[in-house]
Unconditional design. Structure first.
Length: 343
Protein backbone atom coordinates (compact mmCIF):
# COMPACT_ATOMS: atom_id res chain seq x y z
CA UNK A 1 0.00 0.00 0.00
CA UNK A 2 1.49 3.33 -1.04
CA UNK A 3 0.09 6.85 -1.16
CA UNK A 4 1.73 8.69 -4.02
CA UNK A 5 3.82 11.67 -2.99
CA UNK A 6 4.97 13.71 -5.96
CA UNK A 7 8.16 15.67 -5.43
CA UNK A 8 8.72 18.47 -7.91
CA UNK A 9 12.52 18.85 -8.12
CA UNK A 10 12.13 22.48 -9.18
CA UNK A 11 10.24 23.32 -5.97
CA UNK A 12 11.77 20.90 -3.44
CA UNK A 13 14.49 23.39 -2.52
CA UNK A 14 13.82 24.57 1.04
CA UNK A 15 17.11 23.84 2.80
CA UNK A 16 17.52 23.51 6.56
CA UNK A 17 18.63 27.15 6.55
CA UNK A 18 14.95 27.98 6.08
CA UNK A 19 12.96 25.04 7.46
CA UNK A 20 13.59 22.30 10.00
CA UNK A 21 12.95 18.58 9.63
CA UNK A 22 9.38 18.94 10.90
CA UNK A 23 8.46 21.84 8.63
CA UNK A 24 10.04 20.36 5.50
CA UNK A 25 7.84 17.21 5.38
CA UNK A 26 4.77 19.27 6.27
CA UNK A 27 5.55 21.49 3.29
CA UNK A 28 5.97 18.46 1.03
CA UNK A 29 2.60 17.05 2.08
CA UNK A 30 0.84 20.39 1.60
CA UNK A 31 2.55 20.98 -1.76
CA UNK A 32 1.54 17.50 -2.88
CA UNK A 33 -2.06 18.60 -2.34
CA UNK A 34 -1.84 22.24 -3.48
CA UNK A 35 1.27 24.38 -3.94
CA UNK A 36 -0.67 27.48 -2.86
CA UNK A 37 -1.52 25.93 0.51
CA UNK A 38 2.16 25.16 1.04
CA UNK A 39 3.04 28.77 0.23
CA UNK A 40 0.38 30.03 2.66
CA UNK A 41 1.71 27.74 5.40
CA UNK A 42 5.27 29.00 5.06
CA UNK A 43 4.16 32.64 4.78
CA UNK A 44 2.33 32.47 8.11
CA UNK A 45 4.91 30.35 9.91
CA UNK A 46 7.98 32.30 8.85
CA UNK A 47 6.30 35.61 9.68
CA UNK A 48 5.78 34.35 13.23
CA UNK A 49 9.36 33.11 13.37
CA UNK A 50 11.07 36.31 12.21
CA UNK A 51 9.00 39.07 13.83
CA UNK A 52 7.57 39.37 17.32
CA UNK A 53 3.85 38.89 16.72
CA UNK A 54 1.43 39.50 19.58
CA UNK A 55 -0.09 36.29 21.00
CA UNK A 56 2.65 34.18 19.38
CA UNK A 57 5.76 34.98 21.38
CA UNK A 58 6.52 31.56 22.85
CA UNK A 59 9.93 30.11 21.98
CA UNK A 60 8.26 26.97 20.60
CA UNK A 61 7.22 29.05 17.59
CA UNK A 62 10.84 29.04 16.52
CA UNK A 63 11.57 25.46 17.55
CA UNK A 64 8.69 23.76 15.74
CA UNK A 65 9.89 20.19 16.02
CA UNK A 66 6.65 19.45 17.86
CA UNK A 67 3.07 20.49 17.21
CA UNK A 68 2.36 23.70 19.10
CA UNK A 69 -0.04 26.63 19.47
CA UNK A 70 1.29 28.54 16.48
CA UNK A 71 1.02 25.52 14.18
CA UNK A 72 -2.48 24.81 15.50
CA UNK A 73 -3.50 28.39 14.63
CA UNK A 74 -2.04 28.11 11.12
CA UNK A 75 -3.50 24.70 10.30
CA UNK A 76 -6.84 24.80 12.05
CA UNK A 77 -7.80 28.49 11.89
CA UNK A 78 -6.10 29.64 8.71
CA UNK A 79 -5.81 26.56 6.47
CA UNK A 80 -8.78 24.54 7.76
CA UNK A 81 -6.60 21.44 8.08
CA UNK A 82 -6.75 19.09 11.05
CA UNK A 83 -3.57 17.70 12.57
CA UNK A 84 -4.08 14.23 14.08
CA UNK A 85 -1.84 13.56 17.07
CA UNK A 86 -1.85 9.90 18.09
CA UNK A 87 -0.09 8.84 21.29
CA UNK A 88 1.73 5.67 20.33
CA UNK A 89 3.81 2.86 21.86
CA UNK A 90 6.37 0.80 20.00
CA UNK A 91 4.08 -2.22 20.26
CA UNK A 92 1.38 -0.56 18.15
CA UNK A 93 3.53 1.80 16.07
CA UNK A 94 3.15 -0.26 12.90
CA UNK A 95 -0.63 -0.43 13.28
CA UNK A 96 -0.89 3.36 13.74
CA UNK A 97 1.28 4.03 10.67
CA UNK A 98 -0.58 1.54 8.49
CA UNK A 99 -3.96 2.86 9.58
CA UNK A 100 -2.95 6.35 8.46
CA UNK A 101 -1.67 5.05 5.13
CA UNK A 102 -4.79 2.93 4.58
CA UNK A 103 -6.91 6.04 5.12
CA UNK A 104 -5.05 8.03 2.49
CA UNK A 105 -2.86 10.02 4.87
CA UNK A 106 0.91 10.30 5.32
CA UNK A 107 2.35 9.37 8.71
CA UNK A 108 4.92 11.64 10.39
CA UNK A 109 7.01 9.56 12.78
CA UNK A 110 9.52 11.07 15.22
CA UNK A 111 12.92 9.41 15.52
CA UNK A 112 16.40 9.89 16.98
CA UNK A 113 19.19 10.01 14.39
CA UNK A 114 21.66 8.81 17.02
CA UNK A 115 20.49 5.27 16.21
CA UNK A 116 20.23 5.77 12.44
CA UNK A 117 23.18 4.07 10.65
CA UNK A 118 24.67 6.37 8.03
CA UNK A 119 23.59 9.55 9.79
CA UNK A 120 26.31 12.03 10.74
CA UNK A 121 24.92 11.85 14.30
CA UNK A 122 25.03 8.03 14.50
CA UNK A 123 26.36 6.89 17.88
CA UNK A 124 27.38 10.51 18.61
CA UNK A 125 24.54 12.88 19.51
CA UNK A 126 20.82 12.76 20.12
CA UNK A 127 19.18 14.50 17.19
CA UNK A 128 15.42 14.76 16.78
CA UNK A 129 14.05 14.04 13.32
CA UNK A 130 10.69 13.46 11.66
CA UNK A 131 10.26 10.72 9.07
CA UNK A 132 7.56 11.10 6.42
CA UNK A 133 6.05 7.65 5.70
CA UNK A 134 3.92 7.35 2.58
CA UNK A 135 3.47 3.58 2.25
CA UNK A 136 4.32 0.09 3.45
CA UNK A 137 5.00 -3.43 2.18
CA UNK A 138 4.13 -6.19 4.65
CA UNK A 139 5.83 -8.91 2.62
CA UNK A 140 9.21 -7.18 2.66
CA UNK A 141 8.51 -5.45 6.00
CA UNK A 142 9.56 -2.05 4.71
CA UNK A 143 8.09 1.43 4.76
CA UNK A 144 8.19 3.80 1.81
CA UNK A 145 9.51 7.12 3.06
CA UNK A 146 10.44 10.55 1.81
CA UNK A 147 13.54 11.88 3.53
CA UNK A 148 17.02 13.27 2.97
CA UNK A 149 20.12 11.09 2.81
CA UNK A 150 21.40 12.07 6.29
CA UNK A 151 24.92 12.30 4.94
CA UNK A 152 27.22 14.82 6.61
CA UNK A 153 26.90 18.25 5.03
CA UNK A 154 23.50 17.53 3.48
CA UNK A 155 21.53 20.80 3.72
CA UNK A 156 18.20 18.96 3.50
CA UNK A 157 17.13 20.80 0.37
CA UNK A 158 16.41 17.66 -1.64
CA UNK A 159 14.17 15.03 -0.07
CA UNK A 160 14.03 11.79 -2.03
CA UNK A 161 11.95 8.61 -2.04
CA UNK A 162 13.43 5.63 -0.22
CA UNK A 163 12.64 2.77 2.14
CA UNK A 164 13.25 1.90 5.78
CA UNK A 165 12.58 -1.47 7.40
CA UNK A 166 10.01 -1.89 10.15
CA UNK A 167 12.58 -2.80 12.79
CA UNK A 168 14.76 0.27 12.22
CA UNK A 169 11.80 2.65 12.29
CA UNK A 170 10.65 1.08 15.56
CA UNK A 171 14.14 1.58 16.96
CA UNK A 172 14.27 5.22 15.84
CA UNK A 173 10.86 5.87 17.38
CA UNK A 174 11.68 4.14 20.65
CA UNK A 175 14.88 6.17 20.98
CA UNK A 176 12.89 9.39 20.40
CA UNK A 177 10.49 8.35 23.15
CA UNK A 178 13.37 7.67 25.56
CA UNK A 179 15.51 10.70 24.66
CA UNK A 180 12.93 13.40 23.90
CA UNK A 181 9.77 12.18 25.63
CA UNK A 182 7.93 12.28 22.32
CA UNK A 183 5.47 9.47 21.71
CA UNK A 184 3.09 10.74 19.04
CA UNK A 185 2.65 10.00 15.36
CA UNK A 186 1.22 12.94 13.40
CA UNK A 187 -0.84 13.08 10.24
CA UNK A 188 -2.77 15.76 8.37
CA UNK A 189 -6.44 15.59 7.39
CA UNK A 190 -6.59 17.66 4.21
CA UNK A 191 -10.26 17.77 3.26
CA UNK A 192 -12.13 19.46 0.43
CA UNK A 193 -12.37 22.68 2.44
CA UNK A 194 -8.62 22.94 3.02
CA UNK A 195 -7.32 26.38 2.17
CA UNK A 196 -10.90 27.67 2.12
CA UNK A 197 -9.72 31.29 2.08
CA UNK A 198 -9.09 32.66 -1.38
CA UNK A 199 -5.48 33.49 -2.23
CA UNK A 200 -6.26 37.19 -1.87
CA UNK A 201 -7.96 36.64 1.52
CA UNK A 202 -5.04 34.57 2.76
CA UNK A 203 -2.56 37.26 1.82
CA UNK A 204 -4.76 39.82 3.58
CA UNK A 205 -4.62 37.66 6.74
CA UNK A 206 -0.83 37.57 6.56
CA UNK A 207 -0.62 41.32 6.00
CA UNK A 208 -2.97 41.94 8.94
CA UNK A 209 -0.57 40.06 11.21
CA UNK A 210 2.43 41.88 9.80
CA UNK A 211 0.95 45.39 9.82
CA UNK A 212 -1.31 45.42 12.86
CA UNK A 213 -0.33 42.58 15.18
CA UNK A 214 3.38 43.06 15.59
CA UNK A 215 4.63 43.64 19.12
CA UNK A 216 5.73 47.10 20.19
CA UNK A 217 9.30 45.92 19.64
CA UNK A 218 8.86 43.58 16.64
CA UNK A 219 12.48 42.79 15.79
CA UNK A 220 13.67 39.45 17.13
CA UNK A 221 17.20 40.32 16.07
CA UNK A 222 17.32 43.21 18.54
CA UNK A 223 16.05 40.99 21.37
CA UNK A 224 18.77 38.44 20.60
CA UNK A 225 21.46 41.13 20.34
CA UNK A 226 20.43 42.40 23.77
CA UNK A 227 20.67 38.85 25.10
CA UNK A 228 24.23 38.61 23.75
CA UNK A 229 25.10 41.99 25.29
CA UNK A 230 23.77 40.80 28.66
CA UNK A 231 25.84 37.62 28.42
CA UNK A 232 28.98 39.61 27.71
CA UNK A 233 28.18 41.92 30.64
CA UNK A 234 27.77 38.87 32.90
CA UNK A 235 30.99 37.29 31.64
CA UNK A 236 29.08 34.34 30.19
CA UNK A 237 31.29 33.14 27.37
CA UNK A 238 29.97 31.70 24.14
CA UNK A 239 29.75 27.92 24.37
CA UNK A 240 32.34 26.70 21.90
CA UNK A 241 31.50 23.00 22.02
CA UNK A 242 27.75 22.71 21.69
CA UNK A 243 26.72 19.13 21.06
CA UNK A 244 23.66 17.68 19.37
CA UNK A 245 20.50 19.74 19.62
CA UNK A 246 22.16 22.20 22.01
CA UNK A 247 23.33 23.93 18.82
CA UNK A 248 19.75 24.63 17.73
CA UNK A 249 18.90 26.37 21.00
CA UNK A 250 22.01 28.54 21.27
CA UNK A 251 21.53 32.32 21.02
CA UNK A 252 24.05 32.65 18.21
CA UNK A 253 22.35 29.95 16.11
CA UNK A 254 18.89 31.44 16.64
CA UNK A 255 20.11 34.93 15.73
CA UNK A 256 21.43 33.78 12.35
CA UNK A 257 18.47 31.48 11.72
CA UNK A 258 15.97 34.26 12.46
CA UNK A 259 17.49 36.31 9.66
CA UNK A 260 17.30 33.35 7.27
CA UNK A 261 13.66 32.85 8.22
CA UNK A 262 13.01 36.51 7.42
CA UNK A 263 14.70 36.05 4.05
CA UNK A 264 12.47 33.04 3.37
CA UNK A 265 9.33 34.92 4.47
CA UNK A 266 9.96 37.62 1.89
CA UNK A 267 10.76 35.06 -0.80
CA UNK A 268 7.38 33.46 -0.14
CA UNK A 269 5.72 36.89 -0.12
CA UNK A 270 7.15 37.67 -3.55
CA UNK A 271 5.97 34.27 -4.81
CA UNK A 272 2.47 34.94 -3.50
CA UNK A 273 2.28 38.40 -5.09
CA UNK A 274 3.42 37.08 -8.44
CA UNK A 275 0.86 34.28 -8.21
CA UNK A 276 -1.77 37.01 -7.83
CA UNK A 277 -0.32 38.96 -10.79
CA UNK A 278 0.32 41.94 -8.55
CA UNK A 279 1.96 45.10 -9.92
CA UNK A 280 5.43 43.94 -10.96
CA UNK A 281 7.10 47.24 -10.08
CA UNK A 282 5.98 46.96 -6.46
CA UNK A 283 6.89 43.27 -6.32
CA UNK A 284 10.37 44.05 -7.62
CA UNK A 285 10.78 46.78 -5.01
CA UNK A 286 9.74 44.37 -2.25
CA UNK A 287 12.21 41.80 -3.53
CA UNK A 288 15.06 44.33 -3.72
CA UNK A 289 14.37 45.79 -0.27
CA UNK A 290 14.18 42.30 1.25
CA UNK A 291 17.64 41.50 -0.12
CA UNK A 292 18.99 44.64 1.59
CA UNK A 293 17.23 43.78 4.85
CA UNK A 294 18.84 40.33 4.91
CA UNK A 295 22.22 41.73 3.96
CA UNK A 296 22.17 44.44 6.65
CA UNK A 297 20.93 42.13 9.42
CA UNK A 298 23.59 39.55 8.53
CA UNK A 299 26.36 42.14 8.77
CA UNK A 300 25.05 43.20 12.17
CA UNK A 301 24.76 39.60 13.38
CA UNK A 302 28.28 38.75 12.27
CA UNK A 303 29.67 41.79 14.09
CA UNK A 304 27.71 40.91 17.23
CA UNK A 305 28.96 37.33 17.23
CA UNK A 306 32.59 38.37 16.65
CA UNK A 307 32.31 40.64 19.69
CA UNK A 308 30.70 37.81 21.64
CA UNK A 309 33.66 35.55 20.87
CA UNK A 310 36.02 38.34 21.96
CA UNK A 311 33.83 39.10 25.02
CA UNK A 312 33.78 42.81 24.28
CA UNK A 313 30.82 45.18 24.36
CA UNK A 314 29.51 46.48 21.06
CA UNK A 315 27.57 49.43 19.73
CA UNK A 316 25.52 48.75 16.59
CA UNK A 317 23.43 51.93 16.66
CA UNK A 318 24.62 53.23 13.28
CA UNK A 319 24.02 49.89 11.58
CA UNK A 320 20.64 49.48 13.30
CA UNK A 321 19.54 52.87 11.97
CA UNK A 322 20.48 51.69 8.49
CA UNK A 323 18.53 48.45 8.65
CA UNK A 324 15.56 50.15 10.33
CA UNK A 325 15.27 52.44 7.33
CA UNK A 326 14.87 49.38 5.11
CA UNK A 327 12.45 47.69 7.54
CA UNK A 328 10.29 50.83 7.50
CA UNK A 329 10.45 50.98 3.72
CA UNK A 330 9.24 47.38 3.59
CA UNK A 331 6.43 48.21 6.01
CA UNK A 332 5.28 51.04 3.73
CA UNK A 333 5.44 48.79 0.66
CA UNK A 334 3.35 46.04 2.27
CA UNK A 335 0.91 48.62 3.61
CA UNK A 336 0.52 49.82 0.04
CA UNK A 337 -0.06 46.22 -1.10
CA UNK A 338 -2.85 45.84 1.45
CA UNK A 339 -4.45 49.12 0.39
CA UNK A 340 -4.48 47.99 -3.24
CA UNK A 341 -5.91 44.60 -2.28
CA UNK A 342 -8.63 46.38 -0.26
CA UNK A 343 -9.62 48.62 -3.14
Amino acid sequence: MENKLFIDPTKNKESFNYVNCFEKPLGLILGNNDENIKNNFFLLLKLMQCYNIECFDDSSIFYTIEYNEALAYIFEDMLNIQMNTQKTHRANLNNVIKNNIDNGRFALVPGNLKVYPGSEYYDEYDWKHLILVNGYNDEEKIYYVCDNTHEEGNDGSQYIHGTIDYELLEKLFESAVDSFDISSVWSLNIGENAGSYSEKEMLMNVLDLYLYNRSEQPYMEIDLMNTVQDKIQAGERIKANCEGEEILKSTEFILLRTIRYKEFFYQEMVTKLRTLDFDENIVNKIENVSVKITEFWMKIANSVLINYHLMQKFDMDDQIIRVMAKEKEMFRLLDRVKDELDS
